[in-house]
Design a protein around this ligand. Sequence first.
Ligand code: SF4
Length: 285
Amino acid sequence: MPRKLIISDSAGVCFGVEKAVTTAEEVLSQNSNKNVKSFGPLIHNPQVVDILKNKGLSVVDKIDKNEKGTIIIRAHGIPNYQEKNLEDSEVNVIDMTCPIVKKLQFAVKYLSDNNFFVVIVGNKKHPEVIGAKSYAKEGNVMVIKDKNELDTSVLKSKKIGVVAQTTIPKELFWDVVEIFETQNDYDIKAIDTLCDDINNKQIESKEIAKDVDIMFVIGGKNSSNTKEIADICKNVNKNTYQIETFKEIKELNMNLEDKIIGITAGASTPPWLIKQTIDGVLHDK
Ligand code: SF4
């Protein structure tokens, strides 16, 4: 048995994910014909997506003109041209885009409409970033993962708007803003589009990771925010493991006896998966 277990208070589902999942469950319970789909995985947690699939939710990545039934837009949002396709179809649309992701989309649109060249700090392959990028005028937006990727020679304007993928660490965003602010020739407008819930998780998880022998970060392998938290923890504690379920801890065949264990979780990890991991670690079940 471990000597001590430290569990992050902020671990687990955020309000955006909770709302998306509970709404999907309500819609599924009201639709006996089960013609309910989500646009992309509703959230980035394979275990929850599987449960919803068993309740009748299928996942699509494009909409047919003749599409019928109900489509739930995922928490990460979708590109504006796909929203337009949805409007033009006959489907009943339930938009579960998180309000903070909406803020990012609006910020990109506002900056672009006001002739700023938009720099999005984030992962260019992430659905949230692909969606947000679509709100800028074509050719007037770039995505960089951090300040090292910033090549100011390719910017088409001295009027620069900077925003961030909601889940990246704060300093990645402000480091990029600082580069522009320290060069006088830019007219810069930075809009903070970061998610406070994720920021709290990152700060708290890092503090816990510093003090434990082993750190477990629970969340989908496809969850960007879980991976960010795991990377932050790994920087201060190399014994950090990102896992989806307790089964993976068993497979690691680790000796947890008399160890101080830290547990945190990403924003799409449900409470039952956290509990299962805690029970498993305590009782090795
Ligand atoms: S992590 Fe933050 S931005 Fe993402 S869905 Fe949750 S509340 Fe919204």
